[in-house]
Design a protein around this ligand. Structure first.
Ligand SMILES: *[C@@H]1O[C@H](CO)[C@@H](O)[C@H](O)[C@H]1NC(C)=O
Ligand SMILES: *[C@@H]1O[C@H](CO)[C@@H](O)[C@H](O)[C@H]1NC(C)=O
Ligand SMILES: *[C@@H]1O[C@H](CO)[C@@H](O)[C@H](O)[C@H]1NC(C)=O
Ligand SMILES: *[C@@H]1O[C@H](CO)[C@@H](O)[C@H](O)[C@H]1NC(C)=O
Ligand SMILES: *[C@@H]1O[C@H](CO)[C@@H](O)[C@H](O)[C@H]1NC(C)=O
Length: 513
């Protein structure tokens, strides 16, 4: 074990001047394991590290851990050559390079890449399909010089095939495991990105969320997840569920890493019209300026009792969150508690809110559009995906897990009266519920346990950030704290999340084998 560590962690010693006034140089040790984007960029600048070394380190980690954890579905055969290009560009370049230049990023397997990697949502039905182009977010990543290191596992079809498969399972990826404890939940559907970045199989990752799919796995794998305002990041080339709710966002080990990724992927993409309207939210100078230690000063944070109901019976969780509230206050936030959201029971139940009915019809339309756009594919419609699954029932555990959600979606016929009613109900619930709460109490953010607020954020296209908040003392699972806000409130959420993270520093490396 000790020998492995020495060989694999590429201990780097570099010398740098520390602090602007102090001229004394300080020796600083950097290991690739747990290194942040800023650590890696510093080592690149000091020429004590190359992207090639970083990629080799992660390839080694994937070989060591992935057999068990199953966070990665495919490794990019071109990752090393991309690293060499980045190293060459850095040697020849005199101006400042983008934050993700030469940094490996792993993509959830529903984000299209036009390269040697497959894009399959974890399903054999899409293996061998050829996408017309990179997803919008991937084009932005490539332009910034990031290294596409591979595809991450997920709950198959982002958890919209069946109600019966466990989170983190897909036919191609098999069962993803929690690196903190293989017998606890990984959550989903962006399970692979969360597992892989938690276990140091990559620097940073991208996931997607329709309702909880970034926030929940980030929470359960003790990493940071940002679910951006819908439209802030392009969904073009992403295997969809609902264009009204889908969003692409980072899952990383720290708030700062997540913000560096967000800065690269936001912005207008002509293949996703929602990006033009949402681009008004992007601050001049980017999101990095909101990584402020005093980010909690003066912030008004709302506590909705109902969102903590699930942990009231759990002494450990209750005490932990009481402590966190104390920390938030000490850091200068004003906590407004005992709040209520109108009709919250309906909001949190996708069957009473109309969310599920709307998603079924939207999924069929959007998926058929995605499949129709493919250059080549074994399946060209939802109907054919269902047929493919029936044809391969032995391979894909179809008999065990079924495809009930697919079958319900296939029965829909566009956005009819039922769906229109669902949509207006969702609008009304957001307006009279979350929006009213936020404006009536002049709140900057809502605070919630783990993914308890995910539907509130999902139905209105609202953003949220989850940060590690603890490890259960007896049940041994990690959990996060979520800060959610109105559309475009990422700057405030980043200030809050970063200040909380810096004041608590809860995340620790998973205790791997
Ligand atoms: C970079 O700067 C050095 C010295 O300032 C100069 O000699 C070199 O030509 C520059 N290279 C490029 C690619 O601009
Ligand atoms: C993509 O899938 C094909 C099978 O259709 C496989 O041969 C190939 O190795 C896969 N690509 C990668 C990068 O794993
Ligand atoms: C975007 O909007 C324009 C104008 O409404 C429309 O013609 C175009 O088809 C839309 N593009 C996409 C990708 O939806
Ligand atoms: C399913 O199997 C039938 C019979 O072999 C075949 O005709 C059909 O094309 C298959 N469909 C798909 C989507 O694989
Ligand atoms: C893993 O979690 C299970 C179930 O919560 C618990 O019983 C077990 O002690 C945990 N194992 C470790 C090594 O923490």
């Amino acid at each position: 074990m000790a020998i492995y560590f020495l060989l694999s962690s590429l201990l780097l010693i570099c010398v740098l001047s520390y602090g602007s006034q102090k001229l004394t140089a300080k020796r600083l040790k950097i290991t690739i394991e747990e290194a942040t984007v800023d650590d890696l960029q510093l080592a690149f600048r000091l020429k004590t590290l190359t992207s090639r070394e970083v990629v080799l380190f992660y390839l080694d980690k994937i070989r060591e851990l992935n057999e068990n954890l199953r966070g990665v579905i495919e490794v990019n055969p071109d990752a090393l050559s991309q690293a060499d290009i980045a190293d060459k560009e850095r040697r020849e370049c005199n101006h400042t390079l983008p934050k993700l230049h030469g940094i490996p990023i792993l993509l959830k397997d529903n984000i299209a890449t036009k390269d040697k990697l497959n894009t399959t949502a974890g399903s054999f039905a899409l293996l061998g399909s050829i996408v017309p182009r990179d997803a919008g977010v991937v084009s932005k990543l490539r332009r910034s010089g990031a290294i596409i290191s591979g595809k991450a596992s997920l709950s198959e079809w982002s958890n919209f095939r069946t109600s019966w498969a466990p989170n983190g399972w897909s036919a191609r990826g098999s069962q993803g495991k929690n690196p903190y404890n293989s017998s606890v939940e990984v959550c989903g559907s962006s399970s692979g990105p969360a597992i892989s970045v938690a276990a140091n199989m990559v620097s940073v990752t991208l996931g997607t969320e329709t309702d909880g799919s970034i926030i929940c796995p980030a929470s359960f794998n003790s990493v940071v997840g940002i679910k951006p305002t819908v439209g802030l990041t392009s969904r073009a080339g992403v295997i969809p569920i609902s264009p009204r709710q889908d969003t692409v966002g980072p899952i990383c080990r720290t708030v700062a890493d997540s913000v560096h990724v967000l800065d690269i992927i936001v912005g207008i993409d002509r293949n996703d019209n929602a990006t033009s309207e949402a681009s008004k939210y992007i601050p001049v100078g980017g999101y990095g300026q909101f990584l402020k230690h005093n980010g909690l000063e003066g912030k008004r944070l709302g506590i909705v009792n109902m969102l903590f109901d699930s942990i009231n019976h759990d002494v450990f969780l209750k005490q932990t969150f009481e402590q966190h509230f104390t920390t938030l206050r000490k850091q200068g936030a004003v906590l407004v508690d005992n709040l209520e959201i109108a009709h919250i029971e309906d909001v949190l139940d996708s069957h009473s809110s109309g969310e599920f009915d709307a998603m079924l019809a939207e999924f069929k339309i959007a998926l058929n559009e995605y499949l129709g756009d493919l250059v080549k594919s074994p399946v060209k419609s939802l109907r054919e995906v269902i047929e493919f699954n029936k044809n391969h029932s032995k391979v894909e555990k179809i008999n065990e897990y079924g495809q009930d959600i697919f079958e319900l979606a296939e029965k829909t016929n566009g956005m009819g009266p039922k769906e229109q009613e669902a949509l207006s109900n969702l609008k009304r619930l957001s307006k009279q519920g979350f929006k009213k709460l936020m404006t009536d109490h002049s709140l900057d953010a809502l605070v919630a346990y783990a993914n308890s607020a995910s539907s509130i954020l999902a139905i209105g296209g609202f953003p949220g950030i989850v940060v590690p908040a603890g490890y259960h003392n007896t049940k041994k699972y990690p959990f996060g704290i979520c800060f959610g806000g109105l559309r475009g409130s990422e700057p405030k959420l980043i200030e809050i999340a970063y200040a909380f993270e810096q004041a608590t520093k809860i995340r620790r490396k998973p205790p791997l084998a």
